[in-house]
Design a protein around this ligand. Structure first.
Ligand code: HEM
Length: 451
């Protein structure tokens, strides 16, 4: 039996059910007129995919795989979802004051936007290609596809629709899975997208390990209200605190994170010499996993079906960070046993995809990660990971309470303690665009479109 949320036709795709496509386009848009914007929205609704669409496809894909013993090559999909910034919601709403009040009450960070929070996240909006307030971005359409031709075809149709209804394309980004053996990796060469929270009522529960997601060793099930409004949260039922029109919607954080691959490799080489080890080993210490995904916390154990992406560890047996340094990226962003408040309230759903060619293909091109995350409190989930854990040198990720230093991947310039040695780092990742938005439910989109 499918857990109930998998059948949702209210929650848009890519929130609970990841698009996971190799080609993804992000269209950053501005409405010139509220009425025309509502007409545009009415037309756009027909292009959007919901959770059930993605889940139906995934089920058919698994079935095909079981029948043919490999990926069914003909089964392809192109999906889209739509988010609105606070400014966009106000622009489309027929009653802007009600929308304003509900947003301010429910998520003040969404209301003020990413630029106003740049001092909290440690960014310089001067470097942003999107998200500065003068750009007045109202909507983001994400189109995800298995093939570039289809993505381009949708792009052409959406361009026409935008032109027809006075919608300005302010900016555009193209995310592409890296080619060949780099597929599934980010630009520093590490496997990405491994550790995601399990979601109660969406993922199946392991009957032998209550509270855990079936087939994903160690993924604890988190209540769905942590990611979608109007559902049970880890603090209980908060649906009363949330205006009805926000129910089945999710907050979206989009960040364009430019990666300095050469700088990263150089630092690994320098530190490897200093520590008397290999650059690969230093890289694994900084991330907390090897490049193929194997966690430092626990070796792969094929006999138990635990491969490189095993996730069933909580560092409780490594209180001082001797195996996985407390400053490693995966321990900084998810300290697991050492989260001083309940860890389940700090999780995010990550939906990022790389942009730009691999370093080997064109060393001078810009490259990085189009980081996308979903949550129901920007301050308590995404910003908490970034500000209180990653950027904060005082945060203690281990039992001895010793400061960890900053996250070597996303914590800005700084340094951290690795295996008893203090290592200094330049900034490898720069934020070059940032936006906070809401992915509304389908009913809310229909209501907004109806005016
Ligand atoms: C995990 C890379 C930005 C939060 C990971 C992993 C890698 C990675 C390689 C391990 C594989 C996995 O579990 O999926 C990067 C790179 C980034 C970046 C290269 C920037 C260019 C961020 C940001 C955040 C974040 C901005 C949030 C503020 C996380 C979380 C995990 C993770 C929560 C999972 C930790 C766990 O549960 O074990 N990242 N990341 N990452 N990252 Fe990042």
């Amino acid at each position: 039996v499918r857990p109930p949320l998998r059948k949702s036709r209210e929650i848009q795709g890519n929130v609970l059910a990841a698009f996971n496509k190799d080609h993804q386009q992000f269209r950053f848009l501005r409405f010139t007129d509220g009425k025309l914007g509502r007409t545009w929205l009415a037309a756009m609704i027909g292009y959007l995919s919901v959770t059930a669409d993605v889940e139906d496809f995934n089920e058919a894909f698994s079935l095909g795989r079981a029948m043919f013993g490999g990926d069914p090559q003909t089964l392809k999909a192109t999906w889209a979802n739509l988010s609105l910034t606070a400014e966009g919601l106000v622009k489309l709403a027929v009653n802007p004051s009600a929308v304003t009040e509900d947003l301010r009450r429910r998520d003040p960070e969404l209301w003020v936007g990413a630029e106003a929070r740049a001092d909290v996240t440690g960014d310089d909006p001067e470097e942003w290609l999107f998200g500065r307030s003068e750009q007045r971005i109202h909507a983001v359409v994400t189109v995800a596809s298995d093939c570039t031709e289809r993505l381009q075809a949708v792009d052409t149709v959406l361009d026409l629709l935008d032109d027809l209804l006075g919608v300005v394309k302010v900016h555009q980004e193209l995310g592409e899975t890296l080619p060949g053996p780099l597929k599934g990796r980010e630009h520093f060469g590490f496997k990405d997208g491994i550790s995601q929270p399990g979601i109660r009522d969406f993922h199946e529960e392991d009957p032998h390990r209550p509270g855990h997601r079936l087939g994903h060793a160690g993924a604890l099930l988190v209540k769905p209200g942590e990611f979608v409004f109007g559902h049970d949260t880890e603090r209980g039922d908060e649906s009363d605190r949330t205006a009805r029109w926000l129910h089945n919607g999710s907050l979206q954080v989009i960040r364009r994170l430019t990666q300095d691959v050469e700088g990263w490799r150089e630092a690994l080489r320098d530190h490897a010499d200093a520590l008397g080890t290999t650059p690969d080993e230093v890289g694994a210490l900084l991330i907390g996993r090897h490049r193929d995904g194997r966690p430092l916390a626990a070796p792969a154990d094929p006999a138990l079906g635990l491969g490189p992406d095993r996730n069933d560890f909580d560092h409780a047996d490594d209180p001082l960070g001797e195996r996985t340094p407390c400053a490693a990226h995966i321990r900084k962003t998810n300290p697991r046993a050492f989260t001083y408040r309940t860890p389940a309230q700090r999780r995010i759903l990550r939906r990022g995809i790389p942009f730009g060619p691999p370093h080997e293909q064109d060393p001078h091109a810009e490259r990085g990660l189009l980081f996308v995350a979903h949550c129901t409190s920007i301050r308590e989930q995404f910003e908490f990971q970034q500000r209180v854990w990653a950027n904060n040198p005082e945060f203690a990720g281990g039992a001895d309470g010793a400061p960890t230093g900053t996250d070597p991947v996303i914590g800005g310039t700084g340094g951290a303690r690795f295996g008893g040695t203090d290592l200094a780092f330049p900034r490898f990742v720069r934020t070059t665009g940032a936006l906070y938005a809401l992915v509304p439910s389908m009913s809310t989109l229909r209501l907004l479109a109806a005016g």
